[in-house]
Design a protein. Sequence first.
Length: 538
Amino acid sequence: MFSSSKWEGLAKIGRFDVNSKSITTPTLFPVVDPFQQNIDIQRMKSDFGFDQVITSSYLMSKRFSNSENGIFKLPNLQELPSIESYLNYDGVIMMDSGAYQVMLYGDIELGVIDTLELQMNVGPDIGVIMDHPIGYNVPYNSAKKRIETTLTNLKTSIDYFRESKVHWTLPIQGGKYIDLIDYYLDKVLNEDTLRHFSMFALGSVVPVMINQDYDTLVKMIATARSKLPVTYPLHLFGAGHPAMFALATFLGCDTFDSAAYALMAKDGRYLTVDGTLQLENIDEFPCSCRICSSYTVKEFKALEKTIKFQFLSEHNLWESAAEIKRIREAIKMGRLWDLVHQRANSVPRLGRATRLATDFVSTGNLAKLHQAGTPSSLQFAPRITKKADLQKVDYQRIKSVSKRIIFDNSCTRVIIIAYTMIDSIFNKLVDDQISKVMKDENDYQILLLLPPFGLVPIGLNELFPVAQLVHELEIESFDFDDEIRQITNLFSDKTKRIDIILPETWPSKFYEKVVQITGEIFFHINNKPLSVLKELFN
Ligand SMILES: [Zn+2]
């Protein structure tokens, strides 16, 4: 059972219950293997706080195989240990289908039924049916064939499922071919299929990541997320670097797995959310985890090789665990958007992918879901420190409500009061004094010109986040084109005269654009709008 509490756009804090255990999402499944592991698997939970791990069907099949004369033979199922004792771990255990490694190494034959039998016998909490992942350089037609095979496997698997503790995962395939993901989703998203599954997992991600093709990754996730029901967790097979977790969560992924902590440590790579460092180039550890606060870099480098590998893996895990916590806190505060943009500089090509993701949630096929998941009020006003922040739902919401109200209440006379919003407008507008001044008037409308929002009816000045907002953009950076269009529209409706009250620091390009509008417009340069209103109406 999957339920979610706090939302920010597509990201959510969720709870996934399996076999009387539960995990909080978003989260990471560290990839573990008892034979290569340099960190005791139970410590994943007791030390690092990972209540879930993922392990490989492929490796387990090989370990327990009955191979003779170099010919692979499947394990004798009755002789297999339970997955808990194999891993010595009592948290939630996910097992992959082995498909990716079979594709990569091709050294054993692990069929659809083989992997189901293996999983149903050893009993992970979450299992995966055998799919056919698609490599990065696989041509379109071959990818299409692999999709068809996965669909056949899906049917075979469903027919073969029997009562077991395994909660099954439905892999989502198509690779970098977005239309194939669409095609696949159209085939599998029906009640008859879905009722057999508890989770979705987007596959063929690692080859895309290895090629640093994050734009394609964003498109793959966006395509899947736009169609998959949010009542199931969405797993990303192989999210790799902790710097990627925020973006994947932002696009609606709930869980990811990664072996990067160990694989990268093998090559002396030290993971940080700001990018990857080579141990040999570090003079001081930019981290205060247990490892980094116990050794100087010099002491660390002098450690014995296997210990160094273990400790580097541990640091990489601490960094991953900390990022997961940061992401969850950010969702609660409505600050994941900001975190995603902070991470955009950490890995090459992530900046462009982040912009693409922002477009998907602002105007693309995720916009509706993103808007629905954005709370209408937060503890803190969302921050605007760069142009991209203007795409945040909070501003778009105020903009569209304002436009509707202005249009529905058009009047003969309009007064526009501009504020730079470099300081908050909270308490600056003395509503009751304004209504005293305007007491004998009725055919008028007072609008505020607030750079991040555009024209806003004065009645909305206390609505979140109008009153709370302080932006950090240069006032000159706004083009005012949308406002100019709105002012023009006012004249083409009922309005006969517009008075615009501007502070002294208002940019001149605004005047230059306004004077080109046909209509009776009066400018008042004054930092005290109330005194202008008194002059005009008393
Ligand atoms: Zn550390």
